[in-house]
Design a protein around this ligand. Structure first.
Ligand code: PLP
Length: 671
């Protein structure tokens, strides 16, 4: 495709995209295809000859679209939102066209600088403390865009692991890193996302799951109890992941309590706020952030609720040197003359080293004990036998070289930092041979002051700051707040509909834009309901299970969801529920006995509750009285309500001017 054709076809594509998003309600949200459907439709080999664009694109509507879940549909309620928006799409279009890779400042100065600026904006919008921002040169904190929340969690765990191993190596010079690794343990709640468990598996560390309380929240006391018991067994707690907005029920760990425990026991605290983080743009939700200043790292996904399309995970750290120590490789081809003067997301400026003492004397005494893991088999996620073999010596040599080198304190090493480039086996692939040929060592401007920092696992990174910046500017804070609040309002509406139907229940309080609901009774009923709903394809939702209770998660996802969409969804749910209850129980109410309203006289009610005034409260205008206390109507006879209303009316001697809506002075002035 050349320029001329691109101009035409890309414009057609823009129309296609706008039509798609505008008319998305017409599409079945969940596809009706079977596994392997596409294999039957497409050839098994790539074409030998170039194909016409129109032929290629025809297949999109015919073959691809019917096999998609339409994540932007207002009837998409599964998972968490994965929203896009026009400014974000345009950011990605431009970023795809430019295709700059923003790893060092030199690789794309505007790319890296815009990322720092956008992350500072975003951090401030969330109300994060200054220590997470990168506004002052001597601040070791800063933000970086990672690919996913899973990756942010892993990066955080690896950074904490390095910090712990470095501290332990200093205190225990006689022990190999592989032996030290076997003593490390980290924590999260039993409600944490599976990516936290995965980070522990990749990091080869034990993970203990703290039982959450009745609100699915991890509490400080339970965490501390586990930490103390593990320390007594010779384990070294080094990392805790707190979740703000759990995947199952949008529950919130108690950040202040957890943070205080982490501070006391010198554990790195990571906050995973993948979904809920976006809500903190609205000040009314920031109470859940209380204690965030105690965290070492914090991440959330603007790619979920903030209308910045995937991928975009915002991660802030208090001490970016911890990342640097973890991902420290320093090949010559990534150096540039401005190294150290601005943030490089591959490399960066030297920051104050805020290392903390990791291990106390008391820990030292415990440390020589073998960690007792057997008795904890049910709660400690043991590394498997192969991994034990690696840690206990079978592969000790290779492992030790790798881990020990990496965990050396960089400050001990810095004089030979550059020479090391030529000597280190890891840098002898291709590029290093060329460097040898140059025959000289690149001198950093001031090796004592400048260090290279690394912020992520991959080297190459897309220009993702562009779409984030476009969204922040095009919606403005007020536009984003409005969007978040509207999602929550619609979730409240759905919650009210569910609660008003006696056949359903909401076992956990709703938080933000997600309602976890179920049919009362056996889990199998709700499971059947969900399966049938998804098979019909009008709405799409996924389940969650907490403490043995199976629920359907109903998340408001789209920014284009209306009241009518919610009502349509609820009607669909009721229709299917009715079918199932009739199938199973022969009655649309299932085995629920709908109680008749007890008939209690008004006199009796008044006697029972002396403070229960007549629930006829006045709305803003006295001419339009409204019964706002539903309790009254619910417990009284219809006739009694009417009599009561009539009596109250008779006593009212109010003029329209008594309405608080009328500013009497202003009204008088008009006369
Ligand atoms: N953490 C939480 C609390 C989540 O809900 C999710 C996904 O929904 C994740 C982590 C994983 O997110 P990602 O797909 O960005 O890795």
């Amino acid at each position: 495709m050349e320029h001329a054709e691109f101009r035409v076809k890309a414009k057609e594509m823009v129309d296609y995209i706008a039509d798609y998003l505008e008319n998305i309600r017409e599409r079945r949200v969940y596809p009706g295809v079977q596994p392997g459907y596409l294999h039957k439709l497409l050839p098994t080999e790539a074409p030998q000859q170039p194909e016409k664009w129109d032929d290629i694109f025809k297949d999109v509507e015919e073959h691809i679209m019917p096999g998609l879940v339409h994540w932007q549909s207002p009837h998409m309620h599964a998972y968490f939102p994965a929203l896009t928006s026009y400014p974000s799409i345009m950011g990605d279009m431009l970023s795809s066209a430019l295709n700059v890779l923003c790893f060092t400042w030199a690789s794309s100065p505007a790319g890296t600088e815009l990322e720092t600026i956008a992350m500072n904006w975003l951090g401030k919008l969330l109300g994060l403390p200054d220590c997470f921002l990168n506004e002052k040169n001597d601040s070791p904190g800063g933000g970086v865009i990672q690919t996913t929340a899973s990756e942010a969690t892993l990066v955080s765990l690896l950074a904490a692991r390095t910090r712990a191993l470095m501290e332990l190596a200093k205190l225990n010079p006689e022990l190999q890193s592989s032996e030290l690794l076997g003593h490390l343990i980290c924590y999260c709640s039993d409600q944490a996302h599976s990516s936290v468990e995965k980070a522990g598996l990749i990091g080869l560390v034990r993970m203990r799951y703290i039982e959450s309380d009745e609100n699915q929240s991890m509490r400080g006391a339970q965490l501390e109890e586990a930490i103390i018991s593990d320390k007594a067994k010779g384990l070294v707690p080094f990392w805790v992941c707190a979740t703000l907005g759990t995947t199952g029920s949008v529950a919130f760990d108690n950040l202040r309590e957890v943070g205080q425990v982490c501070e006391k026991h010198s554990a790195w605290l990571h906050v995973d706020a993948a979904y809920a983080g976006s809500a903190f743009i609205c000040p009314e939700y920031r109470h859940w952030l209380d204690g965030v200043e105690l965290a070492d790292s914090f991440a959330f996904n603007p790619s979920k609720w903030l209308m910045v399309n995937f991928d975009c995970t915002a991660m802030w750290v208090k001490d970016s040197t911890a990342l640097h120590r973890t991902f420290n490789v320093n090949p010559i081809y990534l150096r540039h003359e401005n190294s150290g003067k601005a943030i490089d997301y591959m490399l960066g400026t030297q920051k104050a080293n805020t290392r903390r003492k990791f291990r106390t004397k008391d820990d030292g005494e415990n440390f020589d004990k073998s960690p007792n893991t057997k008795s904890d088999a049910s709660i400690v996620n043991e590394v498997d036998n192969d991994k034990h073999a690696i840690m206990n010596g079978d592969l000790k040599k290779a492992d030790d070289v790798e881990v020990t080198d990496r965990n050396k304190d960089v400050s001990d090493d810095k004089t030979d930092d550059t020479n090391d480039l030529y000597n280190n086996e890891r840098n002898l692939h291709g590029y290093n041979k060329i460097s040898h040929g140059c025959g000289k060592t690149i001198q950093l401007e001031n090796p004592d002051k400048k260090e290279m920092l690394h912020w992520q696992i991959p080297l190459s990174r897309r220009f993702r700051a562009l779409k984030l910046w476009f969204v922040l500017r095009n919606y403005g804070v007020s536009g984003i707040q409005k969007h978040i609040r509207e999602s929550v309002r619609l979730a409240q509406k759905f919650e009210a509909l569910v609660l008003a139907d006696q056949r359903f229940e909401i076992p956990q309080p709703r938080n933000l834009g997600m309602v976890a609901f179920r049919l009362k009774g056996d889990n199998a009923l709700t499971e059947r309901l969900l399966k049938r709903l998804n098979a019909r394809g009008f709405i799409h939702a996924v389940p969650a299970c907490f403490k043995g209770i199976y629920v359907i998660r109903f998340t408001v996802t789209s920014q284009r969801t209306t009241n009518q969409d919610i009502l349509d969804d609820w009607n669909e749910i009721k229709t299917v529920a009715k079918e199932i209850l009739i199938d199973v129980f022969g009655s649309e109410n299932g085995n629920i006995i709908v109680p008749k309203k007890p008939r209690i006289s008004l006199k009796e009610t008044r006697e029972l509750n002396a403070t229960f005034g007549t629930s006829l409260l006045l709305a803003n205008s006295p001419m339009s009285p409204k019964i706002v206390n539903g309790t009254h109507a619910a417990i009284c006879d219809y006739e009694q309500v009417l009599t009561s209303c009539a009596q109250t009316f008779a006593q009212l001697k109010m003029e329209p001017k008594d309405s608080p809506e009328h500013d009497t002075e202003a009204v008088d002035a008009l006369h």
